[in-house]
Ligand binder design. Structure first.
Ligand code: MG
Length: 328
C-alpha cells in the first residue's frame, strides 16, 4: 500500500514537491512502516502527543475565552492545517508533509498568547515560540525523549513564521496558511466579541478580499495557487499581499493593541511572572520529565511554563499563591 503512495508522489506530485522517499531522515533511524510514509508517521506522532492536546486550553488572541465559539490554539491549528492542505493539494505539493508541519507549528506556544511569550522573553532574554515548538518535538515530548521527527517536518516547524525561510515549499505553504487563518478568524472573533462590525473593515481591503470570512480565505488561497502553480516557489500577488498587510494593521489598531486587550494581558503578564519567580525559588516543584535534557533551572522552568495551558497556569497560580479553603 505504501508503494502506491510512493508511486503517486513520484508520478503525480509537482517536480518541486518534497517526496517522502527523498527525506533527509530522522536523527535516530526507525524501522519503515508498511502502510505509512515517513511524513504520515510524523503527522501521527504529532497528533498523538500531549502538547497537541494541551492546545485546547491555550489562548489564541482572546484571553481565556468562556464562549464556546472563540478560537483556541487548537482550533487555530486545525484551521491552519486545512487551509495549508488545500493549497498544497492544489499545487501538487506533498499534502502529508504540509499537514504534519501545520499540526506541529504552534506546539511551543505559551499560555495566554503573546503575553506568555513576552514574560518568558523578559525572564530569559531569548524566547521564540517557533524555536520552542521545535524543542517540544525534539526534546520535551515522550517524557524528555522527543518525537524523533524527519528533518523536513522539523525545518517547517522552526521556520513557520512569516519571516522564516523553510527549506521546502510545503513549509512555505504553512507560513501563508498560518497568516490567512489567524487574520480571518481573529476578524471573526472580534466581530463576535462586538469589538467592531464587518462594515468597519476599510473599503480598500474589502475591494480586494471581498466580504465575509469564507470569501476572504477563498480569495487568499486562490491567489496563492494562481501565482505559484508549477513554480519552484510559493507566493501571493502584490495586491493580496498589500491587502493582507492592511488587514493586519487594522487588526493591530482595533484589537491587538487596544486598552481592553492590554488590560487583560497585564494580568496574565503579572501572573506568569510570579509563577516563574516562584519556580526559580522552588525548582524541585517542576516535574522531573522537564529535567531530562538540562539541569539549568531557567531552561526547565521556561519549558514547563511554556507548556502550560491557560487553565493549568491559573490552577498552579491558585495553588501557590491563593490560600486554600479548609474543606468540611
Ligand atoms: Mg499559528
Amino acid at each position: 500500500m505504501k508503494e502506491d503512495t510512493l508511486r503517486f508522489e513520484r508520478e503525480f506530485l509537482s517536480p518541486y514537491a518534497t517526496k517522502s522517499e527523498d527525506t533527509r531522515g530522522r536523527e535516530t533511524p526507525i524501522k519503515p512502516c508498511p502502510l505509512r510514509t515517513e511524513f504520515q508517521r510524523d503527522r501521527d506522532r504529532i497528533l498523538h502527543c500531549k502538547a497537541f492536546r494541551r492546545l485546547k486550553h491555550k489562548t489564541q488572541v482572546f484571553l481565556a475565552p468562556t464562549g464556546d465559539h472563540y478560537r483556541t490554539r487548537l482550533t487555530h491549528t486545525l484551521e491552519v492545517t486545512q487551509i495549508a492542505r488545500t493549497i498544497a493539494r492544489a499545487l501538487r505539493l506533498n499534502e502529508d508533509l504540509t499537514e504534519a508541519i501545520a499540526l506541529g507549528h504552534d506546539l511551543g506556544h505559551t499560555p495566554f498568547g503573546h503575553a506568555g511569550e513576552r514574560v518568558l522573553r523578559a525572564k530569559t532574554s531569548h524566547f521564540e515560540h517557533n524555536e520552542q515548538s521545535l524543542r517540544v518535538v525534539d526534546f520535551l515530548e515522550q517524557d524528555g525523549n522527543g518525537l524523533n521527527l524527519t528533518f523536513e517536518v522539523r525545518d517547517g516547524i522552526l521556520n513557520h513564521r512569516s519571516d522564516g525561510n523553510p527549506t521546502t515549499l510545503e513549509g512555505k505553504v504553512v507560513c501563508f496558511a498560518d497568516r490567512i487563518a489567524y487574520l480571518n478568524h481573529d476578524v471573526d472573533d472580534a466581530i463576535r466579541a462586538g469589538i467592531f462590525d464587518e462594515s468597519d473593515i476599510p473599503e480598500d481591503i474589502e475591494r480586494v478580499l471581498g466580504r465575509g470570512i469564507g470569501v476572504k480565505i477563498d480569495v487568499f488561497v486562490n491567489d496563492i495557487v494562481k501565482n505559484s502553480y508549477g513554480k519552484p516557489y510559493v507566493m501571493q500577488s502584490e495586491e493580496c499581499a498589500t491587502a493582507m498587510k492592511k488587514l493586519r494593521e487594522f487588526m493591530f489598531e482595533k484589537v491587538y493593541l487596544t486598552d481592553r486587550a492590554r488590560a487583560e494581558e497585564v494580568k496574565a503578564d503579572r501572573m506568569l511572572t510570579l509563577l516563574f519567580d516562584y519556580y526559580m525559588e522552588h525548582p524541585e516543584e517542576v516535574p522531573d520529565s522537564y529535567k531530562v535534557n538540562t539541569d539549568n533551572p531557567k531552561i526547565f522552568i521556561t519549558d514547563y511554563i511554556a507548556g502550560m495551558s491557560d487553565n493549568y497556569a491559573v490552577k498552579m497560580f491558585e495553588k501557590h499563591f491563593i490560600p486554600a479553603n479548609w474543606e468540611d
